[in-house]
Design a protein around this ligand. Structure first.
Ligand code: NAD
Length: 500
């Protein structure tokens, strides 16, 4: 069986580690590869490669760095189908969704191509007599990224294009569940002209991650994954003096007001709850209809659409399915467990995806879409992240109750309101304690030139990913105040000049 190794100093290198993890095709349940779980020494080697490359890379002009990223963008576009196939075959999401993921990642590359403009710093003349002051935004050095399984292309691309454009070097630690895509991106970066050692990939688990969190040569750590691990990453890397942004889990609510266009809201909910089998940190997992009548009508329409949801392999001839399999067998069992828990807690299981038949998918990690009604905040299926195609309806009697259901939740990643009432929408945007808010937009993922991040236990650290925060995260400001005698002479001359 093929073993995926690492990418260090501009080349694919076999791992010397004895330890490996299996990689499956979730649609067939077949093991297709294994991935090395790198040792401490291998991880240290990757950091050394990045450290050595930093001196040269940080001094290359910003425009030359941007030009390499422009070429990388063109290469990713050329290989988008190949990358999407890799994603679909290891993650399970459907092909069009996998292509969409690559496109969203590319938007960050496009943003990063313009970083020379954002890294110009600030300048003030004559802040004192003959004194000028200016701030420069310097790169940090070696940065590390640790990414989750659910976006094997996009999440790494939230991180490294900005870090590299700002003049840093990078060590990426992808998810061990779908590790092929970041390695392919490393090859494309080299083809685009990136010097060796500037971008490295280390495959592995906690052992490799712990080296990145503690080695003194790593200046900054970007993490995206579940909340318990995000919290650990934030605490450990911060204790070792690093700058950290650690994005965690989510439970996203969509409020449906009585005046909302219900057909539009239901279409939006179907994509937001069941797209990518619910394995999205911005998936809507709780619908909050306001008023009993809204709830009844919403439920009726959801049931009709849910019965038409097509579930099947992500890579098929002809039109895509709506939803592919879950990523692993363990994850499938976890999602099934949550459905059992919800029943035990007294929620009404309106549609049970465990019994959806998926012809040809018997060995894959498939599950149909599930719908619970009458879910209340005390239930575990409401308080915990399921990360599967399970939508809960939590009925609210009023707008205020809907807002408090969301604000009392421990997560605050994304949320949305569907309404025709501008006042309600405005109040919602102002009062809601969530980082990303949609008004008649179900998955309000900010574009690359804005920043992405949640509130509360969905984010540890002050700075969000990409956009202006991304540039702030990957640069360090230095402010220079300088006085030159010429300025003083000029001032003196000015005062001693004879007046006419
Ligand atoms: P995960 O936390 O299990 O793993 C994420 C990364 O951390 C992987 O690279 C993994 O190898 C590493 N890791 C796992 N356990 C570790 C440990 N004990 N010590 C050190 N490193 C460890 O997450 P996942 O299951 O891959 O991804 C799904 C989660 O990611 C969900 O909770 C989802 O909400 C979250 N997510 C959040 C966002 C966001 O923007 N907030 C985006 C995507 C995914």
């Amino acid at each position: 069986m093929r073993t995926l190794g690492n990418y260090v100093n501009g080349q694919n290198v076999d791992s010397t580690s004895e330890s490996t993890a299996p990689v499956y095709n979730p649609a067939t349940g077949e093991q297709t590869l294994q991935v090395a779980l790198s040792s401490v020494e291998e991880t240290l080697n990757a950091i050394s490669a990045a450290e050595q490359a930093f001196a040269g890379w940080s001094k290359i002009t910003p425009l030359k760095r941007a030009r390499i990223l422009f070429k990388f963008k063109a290469l990713v576009e050329e290989h988008v189908d190949e990358l999407a196939r890799l994603i679909a075959s290891e993650h399970g999401k459907v092909f069009s969704d996998a292509k969409g993921e690559v496109t969203r990642g590319l938007e960050v590359v496009e943003f990063a191509c313009g970083i020379p403009h954002l890294q110009k710093g600030e300048h003030s003349m004559n802040v004192g007599t003959g004194v000028d002051s200016y701030s420069m935004m310097q790169p940090l050095g070696v940065c590390a990224g640790i990414s989750p399984f659910n976006f094997p292309a996009m999440v790494p691309m939230w991180m490294f294009p900005i870090a590299l454009a700002c003049g840093n070097t990078f060590v990426m630690k992808p998810s061990e569940k779908d590790p092929s895509t970041p390695l392919r991106l490393a090859e494309l970066l080299k083809e685009a002209g990136l010097p060796d050692g500037v971008f490295n990939v280390v495959n592995g688990d906690k052992e490799a991650v712990d080296v990145l969190l503690t080695d003194e040569r790593v200046e900054a750590v970007s993490f995206v994954g579940s909340t318990p691990i995000a919290e650990y990453i934030y605490a450990t890397a911060s204790a070792h003096g690093k700058r950290v942004q650690a994005l965690g889990g989510a439970k996203n609510h969509m409020v449906i007001m009585p005046d909302a266009d219900l057909d539009q809201a239901v279409d939006a909910l179907m994509g937001a709850a069941y797209g990518s089998a619910g394995e999205r940190c911005m998936a809507i997992s709780v619908a909050v209809p306001v008023g009993e009548e809204t709830a009844e009508r919403l439920r009726e329409k959801l049931v009709i659409q849910l019965n038409q949801l097509s579930v099947g392999p992500g890579l098929v001839e002809g039109p895509d399915n709506d939803m592919g399999p879950l990523v692993t067998c363990e994850h499938l069992e976890k999602v099934k467990d949550y459905i059992r828990i919800g029943e035990e807690e007294g929620a009404e299981l309106v549609i049970d995806g465990r019994y959806t038949s998926i012809p040809g998918g018997e060995d894959g990690y498939f599950i149909g879409g599930s719908l619970f009604d009458r879910v209340t905040p005390g239930m575990r299926i409401h308080s915990e992240e399921i990360f599967g195609p399970v939508l809960c309806i939590a009925r609210a009697a009023s707008f205020d109750e809907a807002v408090s259901i969301i604000n009392e939740h421990e997560y605050g990643n994304g949320t949305a309101i569907f309404t025709r009432d501008g006042d309600a929408a405005r109040q919602f945007c102002e009062q809601i304690q969530v980082g990303m808010v949609g008004v008649n937009v179900p998955i309000p993922v900010p574009m690359a030139f804005h920043s992405f991040g949640g509130w509360k236990r969905s984010l540890f650290g002050p700075l969000h990913m990409h956009g202006p925060d991304g540039v702030r995260f990957y640069t360090r400001m230095k402010t220079i105040t300088q006085r030159w005698p010429g300025g003083i002479r000029e001032e003196t001359n000015h005062f001693t000049m004879p007046t006419h």
